[in-house]
Design a protein around this ligand. Structure first.
Ligand code: DON
Length: 583
C-alpha cells in the first residue's frame, strides 16, 4: 500500500490540463493567500524551482537566481540578505539561525549552525538583579541581550561551500533594495506602528526606521536604508571580514562600549559558523533530518514522532480529540526533556543518542494515558539512557538540480532588542534571553532551562528553530520549518504529520489549525478552527485549553515523485509568498 501522503493528493496532479493551467496562471508569480481547487486549498506548482518565503521581494530575488541557473543554496543566500532589508522585524544580519541543505545527487544532508554566541565577557548571573531575580529588561532590551551575530558568517559559509554564484551577485538584490528603496506593504507599517513606543526608545532605530516626524512609513511609500546598503556593500566586497572586522566591527564595538554592551572586536573576529551533522530519525519509513543542538528542534521533532509512531493517527483522524490528546501528551514529555537535557553540545553533554533511541521512546510512551491528560506537574524529564560511548522567519527553496534548502533565522523577538547599530543600519538580536538566566526561570516563550543552558562565555544559547527536510527513498520530499518561539517544534511536527499521516497536500497541511503543548505551562494551546465538540472532548480528558493567536508561519515545499514542486505559503502572514518556475 502506498504511504498515506501519496494516496489522495496525486489525484489532482495526474491531470495534465490542470497542471498546465496552473502553470500558466501561477508560474513565476507570487501569491500570499492559498487558492482553492474545489473545496481544497492547493499549493503553487513548479517543476524547475520553487521558493517560499515570508516576503514577495525575497521570493522574487531568489527565484531570479534559480532562473539564471543558480542553485538552491545561491537562492537561499540571496533571500537571506534580501529579507534583512525588506523585513527588518526578523530578516537580519544582526541575528543568527540555522540552515539545512540536502542534495539528491550527492545523497547528502548538512546542517549549518550560525546561531549567535555569548560574548567572552558573559557570565551565568549577568541578568540577575540584586535580589537574584531575572531582570528581563536587561536580558531582552539592552545591548547585553545581544549575542555575537552569526547570520553573515552562516550565509557566506553556505555560499562559499555549496553555492555557485559569487558574493557580489548574491548580495546585489539586497544592496539595490537598501539603496534605492522599496515600497512598504501594510505588514511593514503595522509592525512599526504597533511597537512605536518601544522601538523609538533607541534613537538610532527611530532615525533608521521612522520618518523625521516620528511616524511610520505608510503602505505604498518608499523606504530606503543607505547605511545598511553600505554595510552590505562591505560584505559583498570583503566577505566575512566586511562584517566581523574593519568598519562594521568598529561600528558594533563603538556602540557596545558606549552603551554597556559586551561584544568586543575579539568576539567578532572569533565568530565562525559551523557545519554540523543533522539529527536523523525514521518515521513510518520516511527519513527526517532536522537541526541538532544548539537547537532542540530536531531532537524533539524526532522524539515526538517516535512516541506517536505506534498510534494509528490516520484512523483516529486529523485534529480529532483522540489525535490531539495523544500529540499533546507526547509534546509534554518531549518539552520536559528539553528543559533538563538540552543545551549547546559543544559545552555540555546532551544525551542525544538516548533521547532519540527507540528504547527510550518505548519506555516514555508508557506514561501516556490514552484516556486522561497527565498533569504536567506529574511529568519530569526522563533519565535518557546515557549510552556507553556515551519573529523569526523561515523559508524553503528547491532547485532543478535536486537541492533543497530549509532556513530559519531570527533576531529572537520581532526587531530583536530594538537597538540598532549606529552607522551600520541594522538591528541587534536579543538572543541572550534564550539562555536560561536562572535555573527554573522561564524565558520569553515560557521555556524553562537547566544548567545545561546557563550562560557561559562563547556558548550558543539553546534554540527551538527547526529547519527540517524529509526524504523518502533517498529523495527530497518535504522542506519545512517555521518561526514561533517554543511553538516552532510543534508546528513543524504538525506540518510533517499532516502530510505523512493524514494525506493533506502541503497547502492544507500548512493551513490546518494547530495545537501546542510545551509541558509548562500546563495548557493546551489551540488555534481557531478546532471544532467545538473536539474542544469539549479534550476538556473532558482533562486538558486545559487556551485559544490564542495563530502559531507560526510555515513556508513549505513538497516534491512529488514526478518532480513537481508544490509550494505552500502560510496564510498566517500577509506577506507570505510562494513562487515557482516551470520549464
Ligand atoms: O531560537 C529560538 O528558539 C527563538 N529565539 C526563536 C524566536 C522566534 O521564533 C520568534 N518568532 N516568532
Amino acid at each position: 500500500m502506498p504511504p498515506v501522503h501519496r494516496r489522495r493528493w496525486r489525484i489532482s496532479l495526474t491531470c495534465p490540463p490542470l497542471i498546465a493551467l496552473l502553470a500558466l496562471l501561477f508560474a513565476v508569480q507570487g501569491r500570499a493567500a492559498p487558492i482553492l481547487e474545489g473545496d481544497r486549498a492547493i499549493p503553487l506548482l513548479g517543476n524547475a524551482g520553487m521558493v517560499v518565503t515570508s516576503h514577495p521581494l525575497a521570493s522574487e530575488a531568489a527565484l531570479k537566481v534559480l532562473k539564471e541557473d543558480g542553485n538552491a543554496m545561491d537562492a537561499a543566500v540571496t533571500a537571506g540578505f534580501v529579507l534583512a532589508v525588506v523585513q527588518p522585524r526578523s530578516g537580519n544580519i544582526g541575528g543568527g539561525g540555522f540552515m539545512m541543505l540536502s542534495s539528491d545527487r550527492e545523497n547528502r544532508v548538512v546542517a549549518i549552525d550560525y546561531r549567535e554566541k555569548a560574548p567572552a565577557a558573559a557570565t551565568a548571573d549577568m541578568f540577575l538583579d540584586q535580589s537574584g531575580a531575572v531582570d528581563t529588561r536587561l536580558s531582552r532590551f539592552s545591548l547585553q541581550s545581544a549575542g555575537v551575530p552569526g547570520t553573515v558568517a552562516g550565509l557566506l559559509l553556505a555560499l562559499e561551500r555549496y553555492g555557485t554564484i559569487d558574493r557580489e551577485r548574491a548580495l546585489a538584490p539586497a544592496i539595490a533594495l537598501a539603496k534605492n528603496g522599496f515600497i512598504v506593504p501594510p505588514r511593514f507599517t503595522q509592525g512599526f506602528e504597533h511597537l512605536r513606543k518601544h522601538l523609538q526608545r533607541d534613537k538610532t532605530t527611530q532615525a533608521l526606521f521612522y520618518k523625521a516626524d516620528g511616524s511610520a512609513y505608510q503602505p505604498g511609500e518608499k523606504f530606503m536604508q543607505p547605511d545598511l546598503a553600505r554595510t552590505l556593500q562591505r560584505i559583498a566586497e570583503q566577505g566575512h571580514k566586511g562584517f566581523y572586522a574593519g568598519e562594521t566591527a568598529r561600528m558594533i564595538t563603538d556602540q557596545m562600549q558606549a552603551g554597556g554592551g559586551l561584544i568586543t572586536r575579539q568576539d567578532l573576529a572569533n565568530y565562525q559558523a559551523l557545519v554540523r551533522e543533522p539529527i536523523k530519525g525514521r518515521y513510518r519509513g520516511y527519513d527526517i533530518y532536522s537541526m541538532p543542538p544548539p537547537s532542540s528542534g530536531g531532537v524533539h521533532i524526532v522524539q515526538i514522532l517516535k512516541l506517536m509512531e505506534p498510534f494509528p493517527v490516520a484512523r483516529f483522524g486529523h485534529n480529532s480529540a483522540r489525535t490531539i490528546h495523544l500529540m499533546a501528551e507526547a509534546m509534554k514529555l518531549a518539552y520536559a526533556d528539553r528543559a533538563t537535557h538540552l543545551g549547546d553540545s559543544d559545552f555540555v553533554k546532551v544525551p542525544l543518542k538516548g533521547l532519540l533511541s527507540d528504547r527510550y521512546a518505548n519506555q516514555r510512551r508508557l506514561l501516556i494515558n490514552p484516556n486522561r491528560a497527565t498533569p504536567s506537574s506529574a511529568i519530569q524529564a526522563g533519565e535518557a539512557p546515557a549510552y556507553e560511548s556515551s519573529e523569526t522567519t523561515h523559508y524553503s527553496i528547491a532547485d532543478k538540480f535536486g537541492n533543497v534548502v530549509s532556513n530559519t533565522y531570527t533576531l529572537n523577538f520581532s526587531y530583536g532588542s530594538g537597538i540598532s547599530v549606529a552607522e551600520a543600519g541594522f538591528l541587534l538580536n536579543n538572543q541572550m534571553d534564550d539562555f536560561s538566566a536562572k535555573p527554573g526561570a522561564a524565558n520569553a516563550y515560557g521555556l524553562i532551562g537547566s544548567d545545561n543552558n546557563r550562560i557561559e562565555a562563547g556558548k550558543r544559547m539553546l534554540s527551538s528553530m527547526s529547519p527540517t527536510i524529509v526524504r523518502y527513498k533517498g529523495k527530497n520530499l518535504l522542506v519545512t520549518g517555521t518561526p514561533g518561539g517554543s511553538r516552532i517544534i510543534t508546528t513543524t511536527l504538525q506540518v510533517i504529520m499532516n502530510v505523512l499521516d493524514h494525506g493533506l497536500n502541503i497547502q492544507e497541511a500548512v493551513n490546518a489549525p494547530r495545537i501546542h503543548h510545551q509541558w509548562l505551562p500546563d495548557t493546551l494551546r489551540i488555534e481557531t478552527g478546532i471544532s467545538p465538540d473536539t474542544i469539549e472532548r479534550l476538556e473532558a480528558l482533562g486538558h486545559r485549553l487556551e485559544a490564542k493567536a495563530a502559531m507560526g508561519a510555515s513556508q513549505s515545499i513538497y516534491i512529488d515523485d514526478e518532480g513537481i514542486m508544490q509550494g505552500a505559503a502560510d496564510p498566517r502572514r500577509g506577506t507570505s509568498s510562494a513562487m515557482g518556475l516551470w520549464r
